[in-house]
Design a protein around this ligand. Structure first.
Ligand SMILES: Nc1ncnc2c1ncn2[C@@H]1O[C@H](COP(=O)(O)OP(=O)(O)OP(=O)(O)O)[C@@H](O)[C@H]1O
Ligand SMILES: [Mg+2]
Length: 257
């Protein structure tokens, strides 16, 4: 068992935390990991997704995924510990405006994923989240979400965003909202489309980061058991712009350093 915790955090509301958390839960489970979600947002969106999942379960759904919900922060820490003991990976969905004890979810994380949309206000708001993660000495990666491939602003974000972001970017696609609305994710409903490719690519990157944190023996065992690509096998996601020009999501060797 890996016993790793991924926290999806971003103070800016609507950045895509719940969408990303649900997609990671499913994509990591599809790789063979035992995965639990923890909804710490009083809005309860991840829990609502999980309820829909049970209601609209079908053959495309990956098995063995659980989601629990605790928004009382004094109960969150023991719940993280309980889930970490039982699962390979725990994915925590955080509320926006993380104040007070919300740093517990960041402190417990082996990886903090910060979704960010390509807009200046999102970039400014992200500084608070980064400060919070830095204060907890967390391993933090930005994830560009809702990229509009034909937009110059999106392309500029892909080029200019600071280091420590995922090479994978998530494009603005109706498929994300649609699949969540059915209690599923795009790797289940749109598995053979670019949306499915994006999310699998993200899950590969996440897995690589987590694997780098474990010892050689645990890594070898996990590689044998789960669908884990080595860093050299990873391919950057290609984003197609409206003009037909292929833009390679910026790949800097030092992003993952
Ligand atoms: N890549 C995407 N493409 C299209 N729509 C998206 C994408 N990512 C998120 N969305 C949509 O953006 C909206 C906000 O997403 P989501 O609820 O995941 O954000 P959040 O950060 O969890 O919000 P909150 O801060 O309120 O918890 C939703 O309507 C969701 O369907
Ligand atoms: Mg949310």
């Amino acid at each position: 068992m890996l016993h790793k915790v991924i926290t999806v955090a971003q103070q800016k509301g609507g950045a895509g935390k719940t969408t990303v958390a649900a997609h990671l839960i499913v994509a990591l489970a599809q790789k063979g990991f035992r995965v639990a979600g923890l909804d710490t947002d009083p809005q309860g969106s991840l829990s609502a997704w999980f309820q829909m999942r049970k209601q609209y379960w079908d053959v495309r759904c990956v098995q063995g995924v659980e989601v629990s919900a605790f928004s009382d922060w004094w109960r969150v820490r023991p719940e993280i510990d309980r889930l970490r003991d039982m699962y390979d990976i725990v994915v925590i969905d955080c509320p926006p405006h993380m104040e007070n004890d919300a740093e517990k979810a960041v402190k417990a994380a082996d990886l903090v994923v910060v979704p960010i949309q390509p807009s200046p206000t999102d970039l400014w708001a992200t500084a608070k989240t980064i400060d919070l993660a830095n204060a907890q000495d967390a391993n933090t990666f930005l994830l560009l979400n809702r990229i509009v491939t034909s937009s110059r602003l999106s392309q500029q974000f892909i080029r200019d965003l600071p280091r420590c972001r995922f090479k994978t970017v998530l494009v603005n696609r109706v498929a994300y909202a649609e699949s969540i609305g059915e209690g599923k994710t795009v790797t289940e409903t749109h598995a053979s489309t670019p949306a499915g490719d994006e999310v699998r690519s993200l899950a590969d990157e996440v897995t690589t980061i987590l694997m780098e944190q474990v010892g050689d023996q645990a890594r070898a065992e996990a590689s044998a058991k789960f669908s884990v690509k080595s860093a050299s096998e990873k391919k950057p996601v290609k984003v197609k712009s409206a003009s037909g020009e292929k833009i390679k999501a910026k790949v800097k060797e030092d992003v993952m350093a």
